[in-house]
Design a protein around this ligand. Structure first.
Ligand SMILES: [Ca+2]
Length: 276
């Protein structure tokens, strides 16, 4: 009896360690595709981007090109600060206007920003070949991803109802109140079709990232079925490759209150534990 208890405890410790490792692994590559939940952070027209090759891979020239490719510009210090004042917090140094590097910190933490808040400013870099991420400014940027906390909302592919463009990567994190679940309902769906959905696809993860909780990958023009999450978070990821686009998609999500809290519902499942 006590032996099995011990075994169970060991198991849950191992599981917890795995969870932490998984979190650390969220930065980086899996199957050749960049996984990173942070780069969609945006506020007041300012957003953070990193290279598709990974974190800290952009020279100043490349950083500028990333913003311009999306119709934006490098953010200025003032734009970054204005965004920071409304909660823009990113723990990654990036280029901004005039060859300056830094990052916006709202909450002090020892792991990020040396316990300070404000723009952590590395100053004007003499060596423009240094590699960092980038902060762009584009107040008219297409909606492509974001952190959604409303109880109900429509989600469109970028540019919808026009066709989406090539080389898009969008992450939507839906985060509802603890105890709620997320119901997804597809209204329109048209994504470049191939048998294994290798070109363009929408993926659903029953999780706060795109590393665990894989639900499915969708392409073609069949409407995916409704989906209800097990916890209060869902991640959607849309990716398009370098050729052939399609009509795109529209879906909506609703908050669903979990059935009245019987002990069975309160018991923490792995997904619930991984929530904030
Ligand atoms: Ca395509």
């Amino acid at each position: 009896m006590s032996l099995s208890h011990k075994a169970m405890r060991t198991c849950s410790i191992i599981w917890l360690v795995c969870l932490l490792l998984e979190e650390a692994g969220a930065w980086g590559f899996k199957d050749g595709i960049l996984h990173n939940s942070i780069w969609l952070e945006q506020a007041a027209g300012v957003y953070h981007r990193e290279s598709r090759k990974g974190r800290y891979q952009l020279t100043y020239k490349e950083a500028k090109a990333v913003c311009e490719f999306e119709g934006g510009k490098l953010a200025t210090y003032d734009q970054l600060e204005a965004a920071r004042k409304i909660g823009f917090h990113v723990c990654s140094a990036g280029w901004f206007d005039k060859g300056r590097v830094g990052y916006p910190i709202v909450k002090p933490g020892t792991n990020c920003g040396f316990g300070r808040v404000g723009i952590i400013d590395y100053g004007y870099r003499l060596n423009k070949s240094e590699r960092w991420d980038v902060y762009c400014y584009n107040p008219n940027g297409k909606q492509c991803g974001g952190i959604l906390t409303e109880q109900h909302r429509l989600i469109n592919s970028p540019g919808y109802p026009d066709e989406y463009e090539d080389e898009q990567i969008c992450y939507w994190h839906i985060r509802l109140r603890y105890g709620q679940r997320v119901q997804l309902r597809f209204l329109e769906f048209d994504v470049e079709d191939d048998t294994a959905c290798l070109s363009d696809y929408l993926e659903i993860y029953d999780s706060y990232d795109d590393v665990s909780g894989f639900v499915g990958r969708f392409c073609g023009d069949d409407l995916p079925e409704d989906f209800i999450s097990t916890g209060n978070v869902i991640t959607l990821k849309f990716l398009s490759d370098s050729s052939v686009t399609a009509g795109g998609f529209q879906l909506e999500y609703f908050a669903v209150d979990s059935p009245t809290n019987s002990p069975a519902n309160i018991t923490a499942s792995p997904t619930m534990l991984s929530n904030e």
